[in-house]
Design a protein around this ligand. Structure first.
Ligand SMILES: C[S@@+](CC[C@H](N)C(=O)[O-])C[C@H]1O[C@@H](n2cnc3c(N)ncnc32)[C@H](O)[C@@H]1O
Length: 285
């Protein structure tokens, strides 16, 4: 467990994941009935971008300037991205940043909390003790938020089916080891067995090592309605070439929204001629 999200907070991958997350939450909120948001790998929930690379033994440059930094001063975002951007800007201001640069970036639990209605709940899982302590500290006293310092792959068994019978599950692992896909598949399987109609979003990097094909073949074999949203930043990059989010049981018209999100993010974030985005039904609804 060497991974620290602080180094990556607000990068292009966070921007894609979080813009889509806000659309997913809003889609579930089209119905009045509440739902539970389960974040299996929640992180600390709040990131100080001015400390992005502090404490790292490797010399790194911060990643947020090529992510949220590129969107920050713009006023041309379509509605599918504008709400995410406004939430991040308002959060940054609310945390006391007075500079023109972004400083405080909300992680997935905070973004979900900012969108939550009184009838919605959050179940947040984070295994790293220090990250979890920071997360717990942020949400202390909040009745509708539960924080668990535990292996997030157990979250679907523990939290589903919820009393609300509706759930959005985000599975956002660090992909530190090769076993990640089998854990994701098992956890998703547990979730679907308990709540077949839940919406499950899985983030993954596009690297040669962490190939998603086995996972998407499984979704096809099981005939699970699922959509892959991918952003390739540089197909020749030696490490992470881009990233994707697979959504199982995507809400109605989420594919259209994802196309609009990708089209705008592509126009702002791509720096390489071969960069491209795609929205692909793995199994159509
Ligand atoms: C990519 S980050 C999460 C970012 C967060 N979801 C967000 O979007 O703001 C992955 C997190 O998973 C945590 N982690 C690693 N292995 C875990 C496990 N088995 N269960 C729960 N959390 C884990 C790491 O400490 C890290 O904070």
């Amino acid at each position: 467990m060497n991974y620290r999200h602080s180094y990556h907070a607000g990068n292009f991958a966070d921007v894609l994941k979080h813009a889509l997350l806000v659309r997913l939450v809003r889609a579930l909120q089209r119905k009045e009935r509440g739902f539970v948001f389960v974040d299996t790998h929640a992180g600390r929930g709040r990131y100080d971008l001015s400390l992005a690379c502090e404490g790292d033994s490797r010399a790194r440059s911060p990643e947020w300037p090529d992510g949220i930094g590129r969107l920050w001063g713009r006023g041309d975002a379509p509605h599918v991205v504008a709400e995410y951007l406004e939430l991040v800007r308002a959060y940054d201001r609310g945390q006391g940043n007075l500079s023109p640069q972004p400083r405080f970036y909300p992680g997935s639990p905070r973004l979900a909390r900012l969108c939550a209605r009184p009838q919605d709940r959050l179940e947040l899982w984070e295994k790293h003790p220090a990250e979890c302590a920071a997360l717990r500290d942020q949400f202390k006293g909040e009745r509708r938020v539960s924080v668990h310092e535990a292996d997030g792959y157990g979250a679907t068994l523990a939290c589903l089916p919820p009393p609300e019978r509706r759930a959005l599950v985000l599975i956002d692992p660090p992909f530190e080891d090769m076993g990640e896909w089998s854990d994701i598949t098992a956890s998703l399987g547990d979730g679907l067995a308990r709540l077949p109609g839940g919406t499950y979003a899985v983030w993954y990097p596009l690297t040669d090592r962490a190939r998603a094909e086995g996972f998407t073949c499984m979704l096809e074999a099981e005939a699970l309605p699922s959509l892959a949203v991918e952003m390739t930043m540089d197909p020749q990059a030696p490490g992470m070439k881009g990233c994707g989010v697979v959504v199982v049981n995507p809400p109605w018209k989420f594919d259209d929204e994802a196309r609009l999100v990708l089209s705008y993010l592509g126009s702002v974030l791509y720096r390489c001629g071969a960069a491209q985005g795609s929205v692909r039904w793995i199994v159509s609804k």
